[in-house]
Ligand binder design. Structure first.
Ligand code: NAP
Length: 365
């Protein structure tokens, strides 16, 4: 018995380094943004080192985001050049750091691909990511759909956390944040057909099964948002939208919380008239390129995906995605559309995110 135990221990001790060496490419290819405003350059570089808590992912699908052209044009959050843009993708694990547990070389995964130590984000053939921001690809979805999942879910969870709402992750360590907070009686999601909005509707529905969740979008997306759990959806172009929302709220008093994931309040300046004057009046604003100001008496809570870095239970958030999707509790928020193949095509298709409507844009590698 002891002999068998020793053999098993030795096998697992040697397995990781063995696979690490045998599968790892020595070079990788990056899409470099040479300087603010461009141009881009596709370049071969030495392979990344993998630290003990990291994994190396060979990218198969990369999702485009509104942040990409903003960073290209304005250099937002970029300290050194050249820089690799992109914040999310999916692929296959090619190497594993010595302290990482729960993953194997060859696993299909999705990841929040924040730039690690200046090595950049998603727009490269290989990316290194802390293992806590990686989830196994849910078995019931495609690799392209998997690439569309991380940042919208992360941004929606972070906004819920900022608003001290319940987070629907089993045994979530950051749960104490919502303890003792008043429960919202109704919530309004502005930008329901954005990918963050379609994610937020589902997570709010999971967290608050019987609370009315209203959303705004163009009529073309109303049926989809209802299927994700919205109680009622309003056309944001309608001149009567504000009074219609108020009329639909419990006893027509107005909503308790607004969840603005597209900076809608910057142009829809009367949106706070939908609040119940005697309610909680919390306005959750995901940070976008637009600045939203709220009237006196309304409390604004700003959030972004980076909020995850300081959140208790952060290591539970992205890994929980696989379980939520496989159990059918959380759907791929929007249908995905493949708009290109290869790093070379990304500069040509990147601006399509500016006019996207109810879809998530993907480039395959
Ligand atoms: N701070 C962060 O960490 C973070 C993370 C992720 C995203 N973001 C930002 O959050 C925003 C949303 O990102 P996303 O990727 O989810 O966007 P997206 O999917 O590209 O959003 C496009 C959708 O927004 C809808 N929309 C635009 N203006 C609207 C308005 N005034 N009212 C209602 N709906 C409106 C459009 O609806 P219709 O098609 O129905 O017209 C369209 O379907 C972007 O500004 C992005 O940069 C920030």
């Amino acid at each position: 018995m002891e002999y068998i135990r020793t053999l098993i221990t030795a096998y697992f001790a040697f397995k990781k380094p063995f696979f690490d060496r045998s599968f790892r490419h020595t070079e990788t290819t990056k899409l470099l943004l040479v300087q603010k405003g461009g141009p881009f350059e596709v370049k071969k570089t030495p392979q990344h080192d993998v630290k003990p808590d990291q994994v190396l992912i060979r990218q198969r699908a990369i999702a485009l985001n509104g942040l990409d052209p903003l960073q290209r044009d304005l250099g937002v959050n970029i300290q050194t050049w050249p820089y690799v843009l992109g914040v999310e993708g999916a692929g296959v694990i090619e190497a594993i750091g010595s302290e990482v547990e729960g993953f194997q070389v060859g696993d299909e995964v999705l990841a929040w691909e924040l730039s690690v130590e200046g090595w950049g984000g998603a727009y490269q053939e290989h990316v290194v990511v802390p293992a806590r921001f990686v989830a196994k690809k849910p078995k019931n979805i495609s690799i392209e759909e998997a690439a569309s999942l991380p940042i919208c879910y992360n941004a929606a969870i972070c906004t819920m956390f900022a608003l001290k709402l319940r987070i629907p992750i089993p045994n979530f360590r950051g749960a104490s944040n919502s303890e003792g907070e008043p429960e919202p009686k109704s919530i309004l999601v502005l930008g329901g057909s954005s990918v963050v909005g379609a994610s937020a509707i589902q997570l709010l529905r999971l967290a608050y099964p019987s609370v009315p969740i209203f959303a705004t979008s163009s009529p073309a997306h109303h049926a989809h948002l209802l299927s994700l759990g919205a109680t009622k959806v309003f056309d944001y172009h309608s001149p009567t939208m504000v009074s219609d929302i108020k009329a639909a709220s419990p006893e027509s008093r107005g909503v308790d919380m607004i969840f603005d994931v597209v900076g809608a309040g910057a142009s829809q300046t009367d949106i706070c008239d939908t609040f119940d004057p005697n309610g909680i009046k919390k306005y959750g604003a995901l940070v976008t390129a637009k600045t939203v100001t709220v009237p006196e008496g309304v409390t604004k809570f700003e959030s972004g995906g980076w909020t995850l870095l300081g959140m208790p239970g952060q290591e539970q958030v992205i890994p929980a995605l696989a379980q939520l999707v496989e159990e059918g509790k959380y759907k791929v928020p929007l249908s995905v559309k493949v708009v290109g193949h290869g790093l070379e095509q990304i500069p040509d298709v990147m601006d399509q995110v500016r006019s996207v409507s109810g879809e998530k844009l993907i480039v395959t590698l």
